[in-house]
Design a protein around this ligand. Structure first.
Ligand code: SF4
Ligand code: FES
Length: 255
């Protein structure tokens, strides 16, 4: 179904020659459980500068064409992790994806991330994802007396988990993982990344406990090293490498 706006040829003819705008078609997977049991594709034609982002296009659609379009976003600058979605078949943050980089001459598909239950349009139920995150104890655990000043750490020790501190919990990795698609019980890459961040922190004292949690049948051994997670991460985290380091720590008990 196309939105009842000026057709593409008319829009292009009406535009001044020096306008940076193009007419892009956004093909969005819609789902409203209160109206129908099945999801469907809906096309929206948007006049937009290709230097703008997919999130800007979604805003235009919601504000000017169809106020019922439902999606999450907060910071709009790649920090909060709330707008991960499948854009042209690949997990990306809508706020970090420029339209010019995703072949706007063809319809741009936008779908919810996979492996989590869709609640409405582009919104999925994130609770299983956050439960796996909570299960690995994503906080510093120490015993004994509180120090009188900060807990010191060498630059080398800090470096060991630097990469995994960058996670914004967007779920792009976990929802691109075929093991997670087939069995939502798997902890998933993001939970392992956040366990890694504390297991390899020299100040933390619960590494063994976290390793045992990930030694579970739904834990780190389910990873099949497909690298989908690393490819999907908008923060450039070497997710597969972090998972491998956790596997190695489980075997050697050295971390
Ligand atoms: S590891 Fe990367 S892709 Fe996965 S949740 Fe964190 S930021 Fe998102
Ligand atoms: S809206 Fe916050 S990361 Fe995109």
């Amino acid at each position: 179904m196309a939105t009842p706006v000026m057709d593409k040829a008319e829009a292009e003819a009406a535009r001044p020659a020096d306008s940076p705008y193009i007419t892009a078609t956004f093909r969005i997977r819609r789902f409203n459980p209160e109206a129908a049991a099945e999801s469907y594709w809906e096309d929206f034609r948007v006049e937009i500068d290709p230097k703008e982002r997919v999130l800007d296009a979604l805003h235009k659609i919601k504000w000017d064409l169809d106020g019922t379009l439902t999606f999450r976003r907060s910071c709009a600058h790649g920090i909060c992790g709330s707008d991960a979605m499948r854009i042209n078949g690949r997990n990306r943050l809508a706020c970090k994806t420029l339209i010019k980089d995703i072949a706007p001459e063809k319809p741009i598909t936008v779908e919810p991330i996979k492996g989590l239950t869709v609640q409405k349009d582009l919104i999925v139920d994130m609770e299983p994802f956050f439960q796996a995150y909570r299960d690995v104890m994503p906080f510093l655990v120490t015993h004994g007396n509180e120090p009188t000043r900060e807990r010191l750490q060498s630059a080398e020790d800090r470096e060991r988990f630097d990469d995994t501190t960058k996670c914004i919990l967007c779920a792009a990795c976990t929802s691109s993982c075929p093991v997670f698609w087939n069995d939502g019980q798997y902890f998933g890459p993001a939970a392992i990344v956040n366990a890694h961040r504390f297991i390899f922190d020299s100040r933390d004292e619960a590494g063994e406990q976290r390793l045992e949690i990930l030694n579970d049948k739904d834990g780190v051994w389910r990873c099949r090293t497909t690298f989908n997670c690393t490819d999907a991460c908008p923060r450039g985290i070497e997710v597969t490498k972090a998972i491998q380091e956790v596997k190695r720590a489980l075997i050697t008990r050295r971390f």
